[in-house]
Design a protein around this ligand. Structure first.
Ligand code: SAM
Length: 276
């Protein structure tokens, strides 16, 4: 018997209408639907008239239940893995089963769809060629402080946060990263009370406190890119100044950009300012 297929199926993050046709078809056809909380997944299945056996796989039984599922996959049965909401394995269980499937030579097929992180990022509007996905910050103070240090990067950062910690979180972020850095607060995405607000960190706490409902529901926070470290800026400026002694502005900016990695446009503007 050829091994079955493990389908990793993304499900809605609030609005059940976001379940795509391929995701629904996969759930309808699978021999077993594996989920975190069977009640949550049954609501989704019932909404779309799907009658399928569900089985629980969560952080506490991932290894034991995973071994059973692997045996079924090896026996040729197909398994659809979902989480409560969004994409399995993204701050959700699932990765261990997927890893075991790869190691056992079982084919793994993603059925892509909603993820709160990507939805929030798409509505954030930070033009960047990369982002850092952090997921949840550690709840304990010392580990949290350490984790905040890693957010001082020149690209956008995506965080998940629980409603009872979101106010403290934006206050910590402001203390560590400064009030000028922008943040997008994406709340209750795809749901009735959805809000997406983009504002400087200095205004984030007041925004959350402006309305009694604003600290309720589910949150993704997207930090805008931090400014490049000052040391790099100073070094780029020094290189530019030296080159300007011998070269015209455009040549000096081009070379300084190649040497330091700083943006050429920015260096050119500075070179012109120097010439004034
Ligand atoms: N695997 C999921 C995904 O792909 O989006 C994430 C699971 S993680 C356990 C749950 C967290 O995702 C929530 O605490 C919240 O931070 C974020 N989240 C999930 N649904 C959301 C929504 N509708 N609006 C905003 N954030 C959401």
């Amino acid at each position: 018997m050829p091994p079955g297929i493990l389908y990793v199926v993304a499900t809605p993050i609030g609005n059940l209408a976001d379940a795509g046709p391929r995701a629904l078809e996969t759930l309808r056809q699978a021999d077993v639907v594996v989920c975190e909380d069977t009640r949550t997944t049954r609501t989704l299945l019932a909404r779309h008239g799907i009658e399928r056996a569900t089985r629980a796989l969560h952080a506490h039984n991932e290894r034991a239940a995973g071994a059973e599922l692997l045996a079924e996959l090896r026996a040729g049965r197909s398994v659809a893995l979902v989480s409560d909401a969004g994409t399995p394995g993204v701050s959700d269980p699932g990765a261990l089963l997927v890893q075991a499937a790869h190691r056992a030579g079982v084919r793994v097929v993603p059925v892509p769809g909603p993820s709160a992180a990507v939805a929030a990022y798409s509505a954030a509007g930070f033009a960047a060629d990369r982002f850092l996905f952090i997921g949840f910050l550690p709840p304990k103070a010392a580990a949290r402080r350490k984790a905040l240090e890693a957010l001082d990067v020149p690209w956008p950062v995506i965080l998940y946060e629980a409603p009872h910690r979101v106010l403290a979180c934006v206050q910590d972020l402001q203390a560590r990263l400064g009030g000028e850095r922008e943040i997008v607060i994406a709340r209750e995405l795809t749901k009735k009370f959805e809000e997406v607000a983009r504002l400087p960190l200095a205004e984030a706490a007041a925004w959350l406190q402006a309305d009694a409902h604003r600290q309720q529901g589910e949150f993704v926070l997207v930090l805008g890119p931090g400014s490049p470290p000052r040391r790099d800026e100073e070094a780029a400026q020094r290189v530019l100044d030296m080159l300007l002694e011998a070269l015209p502005a455009s040549e000096a900016a081009k070379l300084a950009a190649r040497i330091t990695g700083a943006p050429r446009n920015l260096l050119y503007k500075r070179a012109l300012q120097r010439g004034k």
